[in-house]
Design a protein. Structure first.
Length: 225
């Protein structure tokens, strides 16, 4: 985008994020099939495109909250006729949606033992997709990136949400968060690259956060999308 186009996109982004005066944040009033789903709908559309391309056996989501995004993912997998969702959160909420493809896991997504236990009995060759949407502090997200990266196969994605905080363009006082974690992670990891083609809808909560695995672990070659 040109600087002028980016300025327009950022202005709409801030308006959408905070909501018109007196109405509250729009994504706090967004639902999937009646369940609160704190996502940007443009990102959800990008998710369904990725799901259709990757056709994962397992989607791991961190940060369940009320379960709206887990239900969305499960419904997309219904359409594909395969796959399941493991969604991890430190808190439990009564009334989360039930679905045969969803497994709720209580615990920290930065707990290496927990994550290893979740995938230990699964087929190592299965296709996995990971979405990080829990604690958005830089340290936590960087821990998640390091922990989950080995479980993402070539051609699939490790998606980091809410890179828009800390003034990009919302919540300027947030402090180092997801985007700073991505910058550090990519500086030391040549197996992933930010797939900016997933940002084609001009507004995304995950700018720079659609990380695609382009080579096996330990490769020294970096490609461009």
């Amino acid at each position: 985008m040109t600087p002028e186009e980016q300025s327009i996109a950022d202005a709409f982004h801030r308006l959408y994020y905070d909501g018109p005066q007196g109405e509250g944040r729009v994504f706090h009033r967004t639902r999937w099939m009646g369940t609160p789903c704190l996502k940007c709908p443009l990102d959800l559309w990008a998710y369904q495109e990725i799901l259709a391309e990757v056709r994962p056996d397992l989607v791991i989501e961190t940060g369940t909250h009320l379960g709206g995004s887990a239900l969305f993912l499960a419904h997309m997998l219904d359409l594909l006729g395969k796959g399941e969702v493991m969604t991890i959160d430190v808190l439990e909420h009564a009334g989360r949606p039930t679905h045969e493809r969803i497994q709720y896991v209580k615990g920290s997504s930065s707990d290496a033992a927990l994550v290893r236990g979740l995938v230990a009995a699964r087929r190592p060759e299965e296709k996995r997709l990971v979405i990080l949407d829990s604690d958005h502090s830089k340290e936590h997200v960087l821990n998640e990136l390091t922990l989950f990266a080995p479980y993402v196969p070539v051609g699939s994605y490790l998606i980091v949400e809410d890179t828009n905080v800390n003034g990009r363009p919302v919540l300027p006082d947030f402090g180092p968060g997801p985007l700073e974690a991505i910058t550090e992670f990519l500086a030391g990891n040549r197996d992933f690259v930010a797939d900016v083609s997933r940002e084609k809808f001009l507004m995304t909560f995950n700018r720079g956060g659609y990380l695609k695995r382009i080579s096996p672990e330990g490769s020294t070659v970096r490609s461009c999308i």
